[in-house]
Ligand binder design. Structure first.
Ligand code: FAD
Ligand code: NAP
Length: 340
């Protein structure tokens, strides 16, 4: 376990931003994490450290003047099972998509719609990752997290985590207070297929799938995502840069009168979720490029780094987009990506 100084973070964030960390280290066990946090006190002040998973939901806008801790806690194990469920625990440093494939291989259902999301297991509850009508909270059992103050592991139940739309207690009240070390998922023995998103149905038809399975749904999701989203290995990005905003039904009706094509979906409390990508596209940003910072031409919600953009350039572009959506629609977008 060693602490390196002045390390480029370019290969540790999917945006490919060439920011530097003053200090950088990795941990493979909870004991190593514990020792690193102790050591850290002698070299950097208490507040300036951050834990990193796959770096697929962050934007570095400047060099990081502290210690970056790369989480490499591994291991997948079955904890218990009952009539309907199998509880599987995964180390926070396990790759998310590899974990999805493990579940599919073992006939464990529930996360097939979340195939090909980049990043690690440990970040999955951070923003309650979601796609194609499924969220982590649907299969979440509990997680373990290391308390930085108390230096012990805590267990958090589903209720404790306050998982919401791209949100959890770890993004708010407990920000920088806990490091998630493992997540336990409650997977289904019998699948409940969710193909409510039109794109999945269309893709399954294209694939000529006669009998639904978790494997075919996963493959459909992989096909759609590969055709629509930029591969971070080729074009730097962190997925959707903004969240989909929610507005009241009456405001939605007002918008609909003015912009008949506006895309909105009912959420359970009667409010309407707007497709942020549509709003951004209507403001003329889709395919926009300034230097190496751009708005992806197949999905306006995704901001991209074509090579040498700085984090600041990406951030400034996001600010311009935010302003123009506010001016045209009176809707304030919120960033989903974590800004460092
Ligand atoms: P990182 O980017 O490393 O970290 C994200 C935040 O969590 C940081 O603040 C970090 O400090 C914190 N963090 C990370 N690990 C821990 C830990 N163990 N304990 C405490 N804090 C931690 N997201 C979706 O929800 N749905 C999608 O469909 C989706 N599609 C995407 C597609 C693409 C092409 C890309 C690039 C991104 C996409 N994302 C999506 C966003 C991203 O992949 C997810 O949010 C993912 O869970 C981030 O994981 P990570 O390990 O890369 O987190
Ligand atoms: P899409 O299918 O073109 O849909 C556009 C938006 O409309 C999505 O944001 C989605 O909301 C919403 N939507 C579509 N069909 C819906 C339905 N039947 N019910 C409720 N809402 C519906 O979106 P896309 O960009 O190709 O992404 C597909 C899925 O992958 C989405 O779920 C999206 O969230 C997820 N994704 C997330 C990221 C990320 O970084 N967070 C990146 C890429 C893709 P929701 O976003 O709420 O689902």
């Amino acid at each position: 376990m060693d602490i390196q100084a002045n390390i480029s973070l370019k290969k540790f964030n999917t945006f490919g931003i060439d920011a530097h960390a003053r200090y950088f280290s990795r941990f493979k066990t909870v004991e190593e994490l514990h020792d690193l946090l102790d050591l850290r006190k002698s070299i950097v002040d208490l507040s300036s450290f951050s834990v990193l998973g796959g770096g697929s939901n962050i934007l570095f806008t400047k060099n990081y003047d502290g210690l970056i801790l790369k989480n490499e806690l591994k291991g997948i194990k079955k904890i218990k099972e009952d009539e309907h469920h199998v509880y599987v625990q995964a180390g926070a440093g396990e790759n998310w998509h590899q974990f999805v494939l493990y579940c599919i291989e073992n006939n464990l259902a529930g996360i097939e719609n979340l195939s090909l999301i980049p990043g690690n297991v440990g970040a999955s509850p951070m923003q309650n990752i979601g796609a194609y009508g499924v969220e982590i909270k649907d299969v979440f059992a509990y997680l373990e997290a290391y308390s930085i103050k108390e230096k012990v592991l805590h267990t958090f139940s589903l209720n404790d985590c306050e998982l919401g739309y791209r949100d959890s207690i770890f993004k708010r009240k407990y920000k920088n207070e806990f490091i998630i070390t493992s997540v336990t998922y409650r997977l289904n023995k019998q699948p409940h297929f969710n193909v409510s998103y039109g794109a999945i149905k269309d893709e399954l038809e294209k694939m000529k799938v006669k009998e639904l399975s978790i494997k075919s749904i996963s493959q459909a999701v992989i096909n759609i995502r590969s055709s629509k989203l930029p591969d971070p290995a080729k074009i730097g990005n962190a997925g959707s840069f903004f969240k989909n905003p929610t507005v009241s039904r009456s405001f939605f009706e007002t918008l609909k009168n003015k912009f008949p094509g506006i895309v909105g979906y009912d959420v359970h409390n009667g409010d309407i979720k707007l497709a942020a990508g549509w709003l951004i596209e209507q403001c003329g940003w889709k395919g926009f490029r300034k230097g190496d910072a751009g708005c992806y031409d197949k999905q306006a919600l995704v901001l991209v780094n074509y090579g040498t953009a700085t984090g600041d350039e990406i951030y400034n572009l996001s600010e311009d987009i935010l302003q123009s959506v506010k001016e045209k629609f009176g809707v304030k977008l919120e960033r989903e990506v974590n800004i460092f």
